[in-house]
Design a protein around this ligand. Structure first.
Ligand code: NDP
Length: 327
């Protein structure tokens, strides 16, 4: 028997989460049984733990947790054997399939990535989907060319933003972080940001489709009015990686920045990312994300903290990266 955070739905459709003891036989089918060591808290985990499962959870009872890292306990797939260290992000695990908010998980071998040398299970969850997506964004910007001048990171004090700031700064880019929490300025500077932009300064509806050419690239975790505004502030030919919607799913923009400045808007999806690119991203994380900076982002937690933390992330109250030791 082992601990799992089980979300159940009652006859009136009300959902509730509780730490419960279950057995390996209760786990869904899959080729690889993993002894989970760490998991984390993402915006999507907040939705999956919220009443109604945020429209993401299909069936109850459900085990949330869109990411986990741990050690293979048994595998019927030749790619993995007992003792291998693995990480899982995406593939709708924790949404449509049981996830990492448990001491064991059984999943498809295709969904796993072997942990690269230089990063352990705890660090992998400090990175998590958020940091993995930050690296996918950096790679997408690099593929299209990062211009000189500051690279803007929006939602900078959040999970995606924090890791993006640290990676970009470590790669030698000047980094400007947009935050609505001025008290996080020292934290963002410690990660490598050289400029802090107040959220109100850049969160307004577009008045002029083009403003001064300011940013050499952008990783945007916010969307909405902020993304629309940023598009008009990009340098000629620069790119914006659109990652998130913390500020809204709309895009009240004009096409003028695309037509007159050749600005690129690059969509970033971490969930269905092909295996080769996943591997490349995790290897780049092990190489280019300074582990001391990652350490300073970590908020340690236990499984019993998950109800509060998953509620907090929905209101933008989580700073940096939560690492949950499930044991
Ligand atoms: P966090 O909650 O940790 O960070 C989001 C940050 O956005 C907050 O910390 C805050 O930063 C800022 N923010 C919050 N609300 C608003 C608002 N109303 N207006 C402007 N800024 C706001 O979440 P994550 O970093 O984990 O994820 C960020 C986004 O990326 C989410 O929307 C998430 O769903 C998405 N995402 C997408 C992925 C993909 O595959 N495309 C993968 C992972 C995440 P500050 O306090 O500094 O202002």
């Amino acid at each position: 028997m082992f601990d799992a955070m089980i979300v159940t739905k009652d006859d009136e459709g009300k959902t509730s989460a509780a730490l419960t003891q279950i057995s390996v036989d209760d786990l869904p089918e899959g080729e690889v049984l993993v002894a989970v060591e760490y998991t984390t808290v993402n915006y999507k985990d907040g939705l999956c733990m919220s009443p109604g499962g945020g429209g993401l959870v299909r069936n109850y009872p459900h085990v949330p947790g869109i990411d986990f890292s741990g050690t293979v306990e048994a595998s019927s797939d030749a790619r993995y054997k007992a003792g291998d260290k693995v990480v899982l992000t995406g593939w709708r695990v924790g949404e449509a399939h049981w996830g990492g908010y448990a001491q064991k998980a059984r999943v498809k071998a295709d969904w796993l990535v072997p942990l690269p040398a230089g990063i352990d299970a705890r660090q992998a969850m400090a990175v998590g989907t958020a940091g993995f997506t930050s690296m996918l964004s950096v790679m997408a910007l690099e593929d299209h060319g990062i211009k000189s001048g500051p690279v803007l990171v929006t939602g900078a004090a959040g999970g995606v933003g924090s890791v993006a700031v640290a990676i970009l700064a470590a790669l030698g880019h000047e980094v400007a972080g947009v935050t609505g929490r001025p008290e996080t300025a020292d934290y963002l500077k410690s990660l490598g940001a050289t400029q802090i932009v107040a959220r109100e300064e850049i969160n307004e509806t577009v008045k002029r489709p083009l403003e001064g050419e300011t940013w050499g690239g952008c990783i945007d975790a916010v969307g909405g009015a902020m993304l629309a505004r940023v598009l008009g502030q990009m340098q000629y030919g620069a790119s914006v990686a659109a990652v998130g919607l913390a500020g809204g799913a709309g895009l009240p923009a004009t096409v003028i920045p695309f037509l007159l400045r050749g600005v690129n808007l690059l969509g970033i999806d971490s969930v269905m990312q092909p295996y080769d690119n996943r591997l490349r991203a995790w290897e780049r994380i092990a190489k280019d994300l300074p582990m001391d900076k990652l350490e300073s982002m970590i908020v340690p937690a236990k499984m019993s903290d998950l109800p509060k933390l998953t509620a907090d992330i929905l209101t933008g109250q989580v700073k940096g990266r939560v690492v949950v030791d499930v044991n």
